[in-house]
Design a protein around this ligand. Structure first.
Ligand SMILES: [Mg+2]
Length: 272
């Protein structure tokens, strides 16, 4: 019992360092469900996005393809001035795996300390992202940043982007979340003046209005398969997004057993 109280005190002390009122309100509820970091289902995904050379390679791959696309478009339309590239921010051009690591270490969850992390403006750029957007900028493309970070984080987000060397980080090139996390209205607002020729994101909603539900979400991807690597550039993010929500993984009673059963049905009675 003494050990348990000690652990709770350590957890509480760590959370006090986060400068956010909401975090303090939630502290008590999180402290009742302690998990060791090694037991946290986010662990492998978070380590992958920070340490894996394969993750790094996938990002370079995505942005190398994106570079080829804008080069080809510029060649096809040498004088077109209104071509635009739209990118999401989190896990598309900025890597927030250190924030995920904090939630694992503190046994907490989003949104606790998220604002604090964003205000620090220390997120590193995703491999290849700065180089691609600088290249698009040099070819005369408009660059728009469309993010679901809240409006109050705009200044800190711009500071982070500028620090990392991203181009066109100006007030009217950044669309924060105001009323809805659906990005379609913001894409439509950009489309009134510009021709969006390429979009990059780690979540399908960064590219088009996507269903959250499995398998509809996957069926649409199959139907649009020709557009990936052309109009749509996808970055890997196994840590979070709409995909786990679509599988019901954010629910209290997540259907983990039935999801695994579907995957292992081809074994039949073997290895049971
Ligand atoms: Mg994102």
């Amino acid at each position: 019992m003494k050990g348990k109280i000690f652990l709770l005190l350590i957890l509480s002390a760590g959370l006090v360092s986060c400068n956010n009122v909401q975090q303090h309100k939630e502290r008590k509820s999180a402290a009742v469900s302690l998990n060791k970091p090694a037991d946290n289902p986010l662990l492998m995904a978070t380590l992958y996005n920070y340490y894996a050379a394969e993750y790094q390679a996938l990002c370079y791959q995505a942005y190398n393809v994106a570079k080829e696309r804008v080069a080809r478009l510029r060649k096809e339309f040498p004088k077109k001035k209104n071509m635009a590239v739209v990118v999401d921010i989190d896990e598309t051009i900025l890597n927030n795996s250190p924030y995920q690591a904090l939630t694992i270490e503190k046994n907490s969850h989003f949104p606790r300390c998220w604002d604090t992390w964003c205000q620090l403006a220390v997120a590193k750029s995703i491999p290849g992202a700065v180089s691609f957007l600088k290249y698009a900028d040099s070819l005369g493309f408009q660059v728009f940043y469309v993010t679901n970070r809240s409006l109050k984080l705009k200044t800190a987000t711009m500071k982070n982007l500028r620090k990392d060397g991203f181009p066109q980080v100006t007030d009217n090139h950044i669309y924060m979340r105001t009323t809805t996390s659906n990005k379609e209205p913001r894409r439509q607002a950009i489309s009134k003046k510009y021709d969006i020729v390429l979009l990059a994101g780690d979540n399908l909603g960064d590219l088009y209005e996507a269903s959250a539900k499995y398998p509809l979400r996957n069926q649409r991807v199959a139907a649009l398969h020709n557009l990936f690597g052309k109009k749509y550039i996808v970055l890997p993010n196994p840590m979070y997004g709409t995909w786990p929500a679509g599988l019901g993984l954010y629910r209290k009673k997540a259907p983990v057993d039935s999801l695994l059963k579907v995957m292992t049905k081809s074994f039949g009675d073997a290895c049971r």
